[in-house]
Design a protein around this ligand. Structure first.
Ligand SMILES: [Ca+2]
Length: 147
């Protein structure tokens, strides 16, 4: 009987996970631009792009750009699930052999959940525990609950 109870628990666990992973709304992120990105390329040009995600299995990726002050003007939409409260943003330099991380930042979503919108703002990609910077991304957010 104990064995059966264990099996029942194992079967129930994914169902509980599914229920707790309900959608709570849609997050729109408009990525405006980045400035002063750290130069990762020793040879030739910098060609940065930006990745964003709530869940690292589902990353969104911007277009490729050129230079250290790229303009994106792209909007991304994410389904927000229960418990997701951080937007991960990473600037990456595209390379022939392996892409190179420029910097990243974790943006708390509580402000946009509370107010529905956060206007365009600079977010620093910290370096050395925030003592220096790998660059800045400028983005704005909007949250539409319960879709
Ligand atoms: Ca490159």
């Amino acid at each position: 009987m104990k064995f059966l109870a264990t099996i029942a628990l194992l079967l129930a666990a994914p169902i509980i996970l599914l229920v707790s992973a309900q959608k709570t709304g849609q997050l729109y992120v408009r990525l405006n631009k980045a400035t002063n990105l750290r130069d990762k390329d020793w040879f030739g040009k910098s060609d940065p792009f930006v990745e964003m995600w709530l869940d690292d299995h589902y990353k969104s990726r911007s277009k490729d750009t050129k230079g250290l002050n790229p303009v994106f003007n792209e909007t991304f939409c994410f389904w927000v699930l229960n418990g997701q409260n951080t937007l991960h943003v990473r600037a990456v330099d595209k390379d022939t052999f392996s892409n190179d991380k420029i910097g990243d930042v974790k943006i708390p979503l509580a402000p946009v959940f509370q107010s529905g919108a956060v206007p365009a703002k600079d977010y620093v990609l910290p370096k050395w525990f925030g003592l220096r910077s790998n660059g800045v991304v400028n983005l704005e957010m909007k949250f539409v609950p319960g879709v």
